[in-house]
Design a protein around this ligand. Sequence first.
Ligand SMILES: [Zn+2]
Length: 279
Amino acid sequence: MTKTAISALAIVAGLAMTAASDRALAQNTPASTGTTLITLGTRGGPLPTKDRAQSSNLLVVNGALYLVDAGGGVTGRIAQSGYDFRKIGKIFITHPHSDHTAGLATLMVSQWEYQRAEPTDIYGGGVAALVKGALDYLTPNAEIRWAEGKRRPMADTFHGHDVEPGLVYQDANVKVTAVENTHFHFQPGTPPYGKYKSYSYRFETPDRVVFFTGDTGPSDAVVELAKGADLYVTETTSPDAVVECVSMSWATSPPSVWICWFTESSTSVSRSSTKLLVT
Ligand SMILES: [Zn+2]
């Protein structure tokens, strides 16, 4: 791909919530043609921080909005990006870890309360249960709003779709293909085994191919599906961060099992698919 072709693809990457970037976002004019990627949240792991939002990306194709993951704070980040959160009708969840989904219910209720009439479809592994749970969580609010005059049930608007590897969605702007990656390692016989899957997505638009790994380990399936992509969006961590995190966990609480969130991990965007980053 030529530099000209690359530069034609607008990227707003690494949106740290600084005053400068907020001003830039406020001045952003949404593109109506072509393919634009906006990294709404680049923080890896569920630990809240003051200056990074959790995982979420907005792909804009000929003015249509496609959301990939919905980490905490995603609705506010969409508003900061200059796009209308009510116009997001297709959401793709790479996997149901909280740092990729914590903002989903908030986005749903904001769309509903601000009069989105069209359906919103959410795709991913284990997503049907996720959406059902969000609707249950939001029922008290919905019943109050109903008494205040709302007349459209939330369940009429939001639909969760559990997907399988292969083609998961297609319209005039995008063709979305998924592979299962190696993020999850469930033991056979445990509750999540076979129930929850972690996906990587390839988006083919009329002028670009954008690939999202989500969280993953080394994966031949990911490497194969990512071939030829113009943009490669992945989540990475450093070996030093892993060692530090594991050491701290062991020093403060030496259990038989512990969970270590890699606090230095982050989303990175590569313009070449020739060198895949291992997360
Ligand atoms: Zn994860």
